[in-house]
Design a protein around this ligand. Structure first.
Ligand code: OSB
Ligand code: MG
Length: 366
């Protein structure tokens, strides 16, 4: 495909309520929507880098710099035969998986639309709907218990609680008292250290499905040590930034469950490689979320149809996070099941009027 134009658009969208994790509270999304125009067809990707390096180290400023001065010019100059080749071509620039993914996703969507097929077809996803769970930010205990109850009533297949040291045993005790048997997990976003192992061992008594990223955001060895002590399986999120990192983590037994976020691992081609590795080794995977707008959310739904995604993902209803989305289609789960948006590519279209209202900047590169 010849690439005619690449657009980098920043949108700011308020959350319905602040989302609090162990790395801070956020009140709004700063999303980058990348549009690729090729032979009269558009495709869309979303960047999940943040204003500040709170989750991993990429930032909006750094990602935009790379997109503007390296990735977009390379793509415009060379075009693309198949989106699977981009990750290899862009390996000349080190790291920065989120920046690369924002553009790679737009090319995948555009390519699928040109072929007239849903994106999931290109990924080997055979499902037309996926089971989903919900990730709950940190809130006072009574609110959290009520929120878990609401999500269970809505049919969500798994509930994940954000925790940190001192905000763990009490909230879990209260939630388990009301919901002794729901599929429950916790996510610490790297808030613990290995010398707090006693506190982490106490989590074993809550029947958790897995514990997500308790230790340092780039660590494998200490997670492997912790995994030996715990009965509950560990799941890594932040640490897993490429297929090679996933292979190493599995070799070291640093995790038994894999959270996939396409932006964190460097694109859909990396997701496919990790997927095949995890399937070959019998390791369960699930699709994480970064509170994406409808563009990133639709991408997540499509990739989560691949057969190795066996646990419910964080790809919950858009309306939990946003009063109004930037796509025309409503991405809503019914009884804990999210239908895959139908139609070519990711199956969603921009709400032109509304996205105009929430756009902060647009840059076009030719
Ligand atoms: O660790 O999974 C995480 C949101 C932002 C950054 C990191 C994480 C999250 C979530 C939200 O848990 C999941 C969602 O998109 O609903
Ligand atoms: Mg996480």
């Amino acid at each position: 495909m010849r690439i005619d134009e690449i657009e980098i658009r920043m949108v700011r969208l308020p959350y319905r309520s602040p989302f609090r994790t162990s790395f801070g509270a956020d009140v709004e999304k700063h999303a980058t929507i990348v549009t690729v125009r090729s032979e009269g067809v558009e495709g869309y990707g979303e960047g999940v880098f943040d204003p500040m390096p709170m989750y991993r180290e990429e930032t909006i400023a750094g990602a935009h710099h790379l997109l503007r001065h390296a990735l977009a010019p390379e793509l415009l100059a060379s075009g693309c035969n198949h989106p699977s080749e981009l990750t290899g071509r862009w390996a000349q620039w080190r790291g920065n998986p989120m920046a690369k993914t924002a553009l790679e996703l737009a090319v995948w969507d555009c390519f699928a639309r040109q072929q007239g097929v849903p994106l999931r077809h290109l990924l080997g996803g055979d499902r037309t709907e996926i089971e989903v769970g919900a990730s709950l930010g940190m809130n006072p205990v009574p609110e959290t218990v009520a929120s878990v109850g609401w999500h269970v009533e809505q049919g969500y297949r798994r509930v994940k609680l954000k925790i940190e040291p001192g905000w763990d045993l009490e909230v879990l005790t209260a939630v388990r008292a009301e919901h002794p048997s729901i599929e429950l997990t916790v996510d610490a976003n790297s808030a613990y250290t290995l010398d707090m192992a006693d506190r982490l061992l106490a989590l074993d008594s809550f029947g958790l499905h897995y514990i997500e990223q308790p230790l340092h955001w780039d660590d494998m060895l200490e997670h492997a040590r912790l995994a030996e002590m715990l009965a509950t399986p560990l799941c890594l999120d932040e640490t897993l930034t490429s297929p090679a990192r996933v292979r190493d983590a599995l070799d070291l037994r640093a995790c038994a469950v894999v959270n996939i976020k396409v932006g964190r691992v460097g694109g859909l081609q990396s997701v496919r490689e990790i997927h095949d590795l995890c399937v070959a080794r019998g390791v369960p995977m699930w699709c994480g979320g970064m509170l994406e707008t409808g563009i990133g959310r639709a991408h997540n739904i499509h990739l989560a149809t691949m057969p190795g995604f066996v646990y419910p993902g964080d790809t919950a209803s858009a309306s939990r996070t946003y009063a109004r989305d930037i796509v025309e289609q409503r991405l809503e789960a019914v009884d804990g099941v999210m239908p895959v948006p139908d139609g070519p590519g990711i199956g969603v279209t921009l709400d032109r009027g509304f996205i105009g209202e929430v756009t902060e900047s647009i840059e076009t590169i030719r």
